[in-house]
Design a protein around this ligand. Sequence first.
Ligand SMILES: NC(=O)c1ccc[n+]([C@@H]2O[C@H](COP(=O)([O-])OP(=O)(O)OC[C@H]3O[C@@H](n4cnc5c(N)ncnc54)[C@H](O)[C@@H]3O)[C@@H](O)[C@H]2O)c1
Length: 289
Amino acid sequence: MTTHEPPRDDARQATGPGAPGTTPDISGPSTPQVSSTSHTTRVDLTGRTALVTGAAGGIGRACATRLADAGATVRLVDIDGAALAELAELGVGEPVELDLTDLDAAEEAARGSDIVVNNAGVQTVAAVQDFPPERFSLILRLMVESPFRVVRGALPHMYERGWGRIVNISSVHGLRASAYKSAYVAGKHGLEGFSKVVALEGAPHGVTSNCVNPGYVRTALVERQIAEQAEAHGLPEDRVVSEVLLARTPVKRLIEPSEVAEMVAYLCSDDASFVNGASLPIDGAWSSS
Ligand SMILES: NC(=O)c1ccc[n+]([C@@H]2O[C@H](COP(=O)([O-])OP(=O)(O)OC[C@H]3O[C@@H](n4cnc5c(N)ncnc54)[C@H](O)[C@@H]3O)[C@@H](O)[C@H]2O)c1
């Protein structure tokens, strides 16, 4: 088994407290820490082809790396060609530079995939009355219509083989709302509904479809929100994390992308064949509150 990422400890140093432009680490001594050992779930995906959207960064990159480590041949789909090339250089997979809002191209890119991880997403924070309509449309196109087209492209091959795994990276915001995130919350709720329909249709063909629902994950998407909120509220970034982002989260730390990827790997395994149509929170009990 090959590991395509640098050891976790190195990665943590590079993004640790004090590093410019990174999320402050608010972990206190009593905060549960992420294990620095490698994968907890033994998953063998040899012979499977996995397509991961938004693979160039954050959660998508962690998922692509994890599935490659499990033996899958990975198609790395992203709009960011430079970051994709870097990942391909590490041997993680084959880069497919694509704007997923080009729906025909998204569907075409998915043909022949055994595994689909619908991950690409963006965020815009604004009150409904100020929300730019064209941005609302784009978010739904990227986060609902594009997953539909990717799955539409992949299902015939999955049905032919009698096996398939679709994992939709939803969010706590697929289960709960937050103010000022109308497009994102609408998109994630739409993705949840779509995932359940695919679960029903795919079941007789050995295809599962599930959602994973993270709280706040340590990625560029969240780092941008922290910086914006710090400016908007006139607060230091560590207080934005603890008082704004994690206000409703009992486990007071950000989630690491590798923790999400581990759950995705399990959902892609043969052992998970009965997990279908589910929405699995990985949110430090936020959605229990
Ligand atoms: N970070 C979090 O806290 C968090 C929490 C819950 C759910 N999520 C979800 O996880 C997913 C990934 O988020 P992330 O935090 O890793 O974000 P990120 O910004 O780190 O990565 C998103 C990736 O998607 C790509 N992308 C964006 N628009 C694209 C387009 N039009 N075509 C192709 N690629 C495009 C970007 O280039 C980037 O590589 C999103 O769906 C997000 O909603 C994130």
